[in-house]
Ligand binder design. Sequence first.
Ligand SMILES: Nc1ncnc2c1ncn2[C@@H]1O[C@H](COP(=O)(O)OP(=O)(O)OP(=O)(O)O)[C@@H](O)[C@H]1O
Length: 263
Amino acid sequence: MIEVQGFSKRYGAHTAVQDLSFTVRPGAVFGLLGSNGAGKTTTIRALVGLTRPSAGTVRVAGFDVWREPVRAKAAFGYIPDRPYLYGKLTARELLRFVGQLYRVPGADAAIDRWLEFFRLTDFGNEPVETYSHGMRQKVAIIAALLPDPPVLIVDEPMVGLDPHAARQVRELFREHADRGRTVLLTTHSLPLAEAVCDRLVVLDRGRVLGEGTMDELRTRTGTAAGGVHGDSLERIFFRLLEEEQAERESAERLGRERANGEA
Ligand SMILES: Nc1ncnc2c1ncn2[C@@H]1O[C@H](COP(=O)(O)OP(=O)(O)OP(=O)(O)O)[C@@H](O)[C@H]1O
């Protein structure tokens, strides 16, 4: 379970996220979508204990991440958008280290299975610094999933992955949730979000433009009819952005008219 209540983050005068609330229940994959700079990574960083909220609370598995960090952190796996991995360690050494940290029973056998799954077996004893971007991403994904965490928090999982691995990862997230676990992910891949997410929130400039299931968002934006297969979320996404822009322009126009009237 993930609970975000009234979360805001300010950097000086700039508000990166404004009053964001959502809940992700066990069994669900929840997608956090939005344009560049919308506030997705900021939200994820608050949830994993890297960015302190300016206001509001963030809870994982029932624990406030900032009041009970150790208990909260034991409950989630985190796949960052730019994973930091100890480059001098081999993938096996690094993953054994993670296994020991989380006291994963039978970690060695599980690591072998994971390396095989991601076609990394032949590279398992090579230092991670020699890995390609996609191979590192796979190691970061294994590190997060090895302890089989109740909550999985993922920032841009598909960057650098080949199509085969991208499909494997998409299925892994779905299976993780289907086993009663909680998955939160951010992505720019609308097809991924549409295929795997049960609920979505669309952010722009730190504010929520829309939240709900695909069906709820279709109804809310009136995008149910037409289009080609698989483009639903794209149409929803652009409709929400258009609505927001129209509202902003109308508010600005009103402001100008008032100012002119008073002058
Ligand atoms: N450490 C920081 N100091 C100042 N401003 C920051 C900091 N981190 C993020 N921001 C600002 O907060 C806003 C949200 O950034 P964030 O990284 O959360 O966006 P994002 O939705 O993840 O974008 P992207 O899709 O490009 O990764 C941006 O305007 C960014 O410039």
